[in-house]
Design a protein around this ligand. Structure first.
Ligand SMILES: Cc1ncc(C[n+]2csc(CCOP(=O)(O)OP(=O)(O)O)c2C)c(N)n1
Ligand SMILES: [Mg+2]
Length: 345
């Protein structure tokens, strides 16, 4: 798949989405879903080395936000980062290859699911450390401000990551330095098996931002239209020089915390089924776009079908791609790579 289908190319803060933008963005929402569904199958078949966290249910946040970004902008991501990477323009084949540990991956197969990064696309990386990407986004924002590039940075983070000390530090620094950074919190109600009523004490994340001097908005993160509008405000605010902003996006985590290990016994009776019915971003998009007369059902079906086909093709290509050579084992690890003998066994 090429990057021409990515949402960020034509995004403009404040502009209502054109039909071509909507088709591009629903294609990307479906692309992320298809990527995650395919990866779920591959993980179940034990074809994926390392841990895999899927972002089904979070897609409208990645796409709604990245559709307002442009090439000057950077994002940092979480351990649940495939959707952010795709929405920021990373190539689907190279992403599959990375997650499958192949040489053609975005990090040459050295990173895997939790470390996908692509600096050329402004994707600073997924991160195995909860909240670990947040100070990095502040660094990118400081650079953009210092060099006057006009760019901004977005830090995606989860509700659990909000409790990391580095996030409080980042909010403080962003506020006192007026950094062009937007904190996008994907509140899916859980940090692993721990619910937000306990770990956030039921206090809205937006109030955390406001307590640090960062203004915010709360939004239904299953609704692409609502996210895009709020993102246009937050990104416009940051880009204008007014300083940081925060979006508290409520989403559903439609799969378990992590592939293979989570039976989700901690979830309420009927909760998962209800979330699929009411909070699936693909279904919400379809309902709102057709109710508002923005797109025809057949147009949405065609976009979704295209996405599914492209992802099937991308995963096949990646599955047949070569693994890195053992001789290159220490490349990208040490400043001066140590030669390793290739073995034939
Ligand atoms: C600093 C740190 N502490 C603990 C963990 C273990 N851990 C992995 S994912 C996770 C929950 C993160 O929850 P949240 O930020 O809400 O993201 P979600 O998984 O819900 O997308 C935790 C605690 C970690 N990766 N990093
Ligand atoms: Mg969470």
């Amino acid at each position: 798949m090429t990057t021409s289908t990515t949402p960020q190319a034509a995004g403009q803060a404040g502009a209502p989405p054109e039909q071509t933008d909507l088709l591009r963005d629903i294609t990307m929402i479906a692309t992320i879903r298809a990527f995650e569904e395919r990866l779920k199958e591959l993980a179940a078949a034990e074809q994926v080395p390392g841990a895999v966290h899927l972002a089904a249910g979070h897609e409208a946040v990645a796409v709604g936000v990245c559709s307002v970004l442009d090439e000057r902008d950077h994002i940092s991501s979480t351990h649940r980062g495939h959707g952010h990477a795709l929405a920021k323009g990373c190539d689907a084949v190279a992403l599959f290859e990375e997650v499958l540990g192949r040489a053609g991956g975005v990090c040459a197969g050295y990173g895997g699911s939790m470390h996908v990064a692509d600096f050329e696309r402004g994707m600073l990386g997924a991160n195995g450390v909860a909240g670990g990407g947040v100070p990095m986004a502040c660094g990118a924002a400081l650079t953009a401000k210092y060099l006057a590039t006009g760019g901004i940075a977005v830090a995606f983070l989860g509700d659990g990551a909000v409790n990391q000390g580095a996030v409080s530090e980042s909010l403080t620094l962003a506020a006192v330095w007026d950094l062009p950074v937007v904190f996008v919190v994907e509140d899916n109600g859980y940090a692993q098996a721990t619910g937000t009523p306990f770990h956030l004490q039921g206090i809205p994340v937006r109030q955390r931002g406001e307590a640090h001097g960062v203004p915010g908005r709360t939004v239904d993160g299953s609704d692409y239209f609502a996210v895009r509008e709020a993102a246009a405000w937050a990104i416009g605010h940051a880009r204008s020089g007014a300083g940081p902003a925060l979006l508290e996006c409520h989403v559903a985590r439609l799969f378990g915390h992590m592939e293979g290990f989570d039976r989700q016994a901690y979830r309420g009776e009927g909760e998962i089924e209800r979330e699929w019915l009411e909070r699936d971003p693909l279904a919400v998009f379809r309902r709102l776009a057709t109710e508002r007369g923005l797109l025809l059902p057949a147009q949405i079906d065609a976009a979704v079908e295209t996405a599914w086909q492209q992802i099937a093709h991308a995963s096949e290509r990646a599955l047949h791609a070569p693994f890195p050579s053992a001789a290159n084992l220490t490349q990208h690890v040490y400043a001066t790579p140590i030669p390793v003998k290739e073995t034939t066994s």
